[in-house]
Design a protein around this ligand. Sequence first.
Ligand code: F6R
Length: 240
Amino acid sequence: MQLIICEDSQEASLKASEIVIQQLQNNPKTVLGLATGSTPIGLYKNLIDAFKKGKISFKDVVSYNLDEYLGIDRNHKESYYQFMHTHLFNHIDIKEENAHLPSNNLATIEQDIKAYNDALSKTKIDIQILGIGGNGHIGFNEPGTLFENETFAVDLTEQTRLDNLRFFNHIDEVPKRAVTMGVKTILRSKKIILIATGKNKADAIQKMIKGPVTTALPASALQKHPDVVVILDKAAASLL
Ligand code: F6R
C-alpha cells in the first residue's frame, strides 16, 4: 500500500484528484468505481473544476458506483443516485447511460444484482474510489462479510445506520438494507484509492494497515491488492 499523509482533508482531496485527473488525461475511456459519503465530495469538486477548465472530459468515461440503499426511491434526496447527480454527474459531461448505480428496485433486485455483476465481470475498473467506515467497512461490506462476495444485498449494522443518521430526520428513516459491490468485486479493480479523514477513522485505518487480514475489518482485505493508494489527513493517520 502506498501511504500519502496530508495536512488536512482539502489536501487529501487534491492528491486524490491529481491521480484521477492524470488517469482521465491518459485514458479518456477510463472506467471509474465511485463512492458516496462525505469523504469523496472534495475530490468530486476538484474533478468538476478540472472539467470546467477543459482539463478533462467524462464523455467516454464509464462509472460504476459501489453501493445504493434498498428501500428508498431513487428520487429520495438521500439515495446514492441523487447524491451522485448532485455532487458530480449534473456538473460534468458523463452520459447518463454510462453512469451505473446498483438498483434499489425491490421488485427486480435479484435480476438487477445479477446484471450488475455480469456487467462488472465484463469490464475492469481502472480506479476504484473508496471511503472507510468507522468499523472498517468498505462499500457496505460490514464486519463479518465474506471476501468472496460479489455485488449483493446486505443488512446494515446499527453502527452504520447510526453513522448515516446525520443525513436523515429520524433513525426510522435510515434504510435497513443496501446493495453493495462485494470485496471480491472491489479487489478486481486495477487501482484503488482509499481516502480517510478525521479522528473517527484513525482506529479503522490503523487496523487496515497494521492489523491482520480479517473479515472482522473488511478494509484489511486491501492488503492483498497490488495497487492501493491510501490518502489520509493527519487525524486519520494519528494512530499509525
Ligand atoms: C459509500 C460507501 C461507504 C463510505 C463510508 C464512509 O459509497 O461505500 O463505505 O465510504 O461509510 O463514509 P463517509 O465518507 O461519509 O465517512
